[in-house]
Design a protein around this ligand. Structure first.
Ligand code: ADP
Ligand code: MG
Length: 447
């Protein structure tokens, strides 16, 4: 790949986007919004930060993500030059340090999304098991599976189920103290309380809960200090038979967490949410359309669900667009209207051109593995390496968003894809066999 394309990749922008989606707006505005990108090349990124704390914060908390997105040095460190901004002329001396501590950070209960209830959750073969586990736990908190660990790809309803458990318990077990947190929220709480020397209060608060709902535990990876405190909280609750429910994008064994933490999370029930099959996608579409007061003929719902198959969030996005369009034009929903409004979403299937499907086929043949394994999540070397090669090829040969490409690999994240691409690019420089294998795949695909 030539450097010009690499330079125009906007790596910093991608990193910011990734962070923005995953952090609270307070955290984002405090730490990220003020960082100025001075220069970006394929080798190095230069950032201007308002003070040294911002740099420390970034490197302490986001090193792994920085490494994933940005160029790295030969020692594996992110290749970033930090410039400290000149202080503003005078007067407004506002070092952009941490916001003043909120009065009682730990007491604020995470708001549950009122739409995320069991009633609004459409069942199908891909999620029946996990839903009944969730219902079981909600009905008898602390007395069935503990912890309940829910994992699966993005946009498949993990947060929805987590909040549904929260609502149910809130409505049916009124005396129980429930707290729903994102892993980021927990970490931010910890940081605040450490800074204010109020750790005792925080510990007391978390350990007095009856039910703790934790969203996106994968963000605890590579945060050693926080992991330990989380693990202590976890053990203290479990030992008192208090219910814990955790969501994650990977099963416990694939998380980069301590053995102790992984073992704890496997104590109870580990349940997977899969990608809904066609019928379920149709049912979800029709249900959501009805809620929006939109009538979609069955045949048209089928047509949409056939084309949009990665996750439910995408399906919702399509529906929103379609509904706005139909309303604006004052038209009934027909296949034609779908084509007009969803255009690139649904004819993304490259006819004859290179597509992920063909890449998987070709890589599977060359490395003698199964396509389903490439799409799956096994980390054994025999599968993980060809998978990274396939991801590399997808990024090289297909002009589509990383997000879309990644999800075509069975719902991986775009940072996984980027990581794979980087690893293979580096290895290509010194590995002749790999070079030949990739040439072979390319020839196969481009003919
Ligand atoms: P995740 O946390 O797994 O990334 P979410 O729980 O945020 O996904 O779900 C994404 C969107 O899809 C939400 O709006 C959610 O309500 C919806 N959704 C996911 N699965 C279902 C389902 N089985 N039935 C109805 N809505 C669903
Ligand atoms: Mg979620």
């Amino acid at each position: 790949m030539d450097t010009t394309t690499e330079q125009s990749q906007d790596l910093w922008g991608q990193f910011l986007h990734f962070i923005e989606e995953r952090s609270s707006s307070i955290e984002y505005n405090n730490w990220f919004a003020s960082i100025r990108l001075v220069r970006e090349t394929a080798e190095e990124v230069t950032l201007e930060v308002s003070n040294i704390f911002v740099r420390e914060y970034l490197l302490t908390n986001y090193k792994q993500d920085l490494i994933t997105f940005l160029p790295t040095r030969s020692n594996g460190e992110p290749a970033i030059i930090f410039l400290i901004a000149e202080p503003e002329s005078k007067g407004t001396e506002q070092p952009l340090i941490i916001q003043p501590p909120k009065e009682q950070p730990v007491e604020q209960t995470f708001k549950l999304n009122s739409h995320y209830t069991f009633d609004n959750f459409i069942e199908g073969p891909s999620n029946q098991f996990v839903k009944s586990a969730a219902v079981g736990v909600a009905m008898r908190p602390g007395r069935s599976y503990n912890p309940l660990f829910i994992h699966g790809g993005v946009g498949l309803g993990k947060t929805h189920l987590l909040h549904a458990i929260g609502h149910w318990i809130h409505d049916h077990h009124k005396k129980l103290r429930v707290q729903c947190i994102t892993t980021e929220g927990f970490i931010n709480d910890l940081v605040d309380n450490l800074r204010n020397k109020t750790m005792d209060r925080m510990k007391k608060f978390y350990r007095s809960l009856d039910v703790l709902l934790v969203d996106d535990i994968q963000f605890l990876q590579n945060r050693l200090n926080f992991e330990e405190e989380f693990c202590n909280t976890f053990e203290s609750l479990i030992n008192q038979n208090k219910q814990i429910i955790i969501t994650s994008d990977k099963p416990p064994s694939q998380l980069k967490l301590s053995e102790r933490m992984v073992a704890r999370m496997e104590w109870g029930l580990v349940a997977h949410v899969g990608i809904p099959d066609l019928e379920t996608r149709v049912a979800i579409l029709q249900y959501k359309a009805e809620q929006r007061g939109l009538r979609i003929p069955h045949k048209v719902a089928f047509f949409i669900a056939e084309q949009i198959f990665n996750n439910v969030r995408q399906l919702e996005g399509a529906l929103n667009r379609l509904s706005a369009y139909a309303r604006l034009m004052g038209k009934e929903v027909t296949e034609e209207i779908v084509q007009e409004s969803l255009g690139e979403l649904i004819d993304a299937k490259p006819s004859g051109r290179v597509c992920v499907e063909n890449i998987l086929k070709s890589v599977a043949t060359i490395f003698d593995v199964r396509i389903s394994d490439l799409r799956g999540s096994s980390r054994t070397k025999e599968v993980a390496f060809p998978r990274q090669v396939a991801m590399y090829l997808a990024k090289e040969l297909i002009n589509d968003s990383l997000m879309k490409l990644a999800s075509a690999f069975g719902g991986k994240t775009h940072s996984t894809l980027l990581h794979a691409w980087k690893k293979i690019s580096d290895q290509l420089e010194k590995d002749e066999t790999l070079k030949r294998q990739i040439q072979m795949a390319r020839r196969n695909l481009e003919k």
